[in-house]
Write a new protein. Sequence first.
Length: 248
Amino acid sequence: MEFNVTRDGLTLAGIYESASKPNGTVAILMHGFTSDRGYTPDSLLVQLAARLRAIGVSTVRFDFDGLGHSEGDFANMTVLSEIADAQAVLTAVQTRLQPQQIDLLGHSQGGVVASMLAGYYPDLIHKLVLMAPAATLKDDAIAGHTRGLVYDPNHIPTQLPMDDGMILGGFYLRTAQLLPIYETAQNFTGPVCLIHGDADRIVSNQASQRYDAVYQQSVCHLIAGASHGLGGAARETVLQLATDWIAD
């Protein structure tokens, strides 16, 4: 069913799918940079949501501002704005669905958002699954190279055109340089499952290894041959690892 949420005047397009035999847990799934909540059967989040519902976990997926069917301009997107999006969804899940437990699962930049949101709400979040979490976005912004863009990190322009025609706002990069990603994430002391491909050319798996080092209850799985999208032969392994972690 439709699960739209309003954040600062923007409508975020969400979907709530109840498990046929719900066990009281709701999982919120978060997509990556320039992606969406998943609208095709081969989408990672669509497949993951289906597997979670099969074990009794109801799911909420949503498009971050400026992406998918959500309102907003991608040029205004920052990690901070996505944290605000996720916080609004978390509040809506709490008040509308009143679950016994809430788990967060995020891919790429969605993994960074999930990790920081859990750090802000360690009393509300039960478990985390971070898939190829893109915490290297901070290092990239400091170095002056982000997703194929090259720029002066000390004099960031207002906007940067990307190869796919989208516009990345300079404020995204300015805030990225100063994000306390790991410092915030480590405030969450519950169970964390980290999944990363050893063939990821977009986000180094060192990001997941660094998360693993700061968390108190974490496991880190490096998937041989898996790329950033965690597709192909690796997909089944990823889905099984994530589902088993939530089910355990």
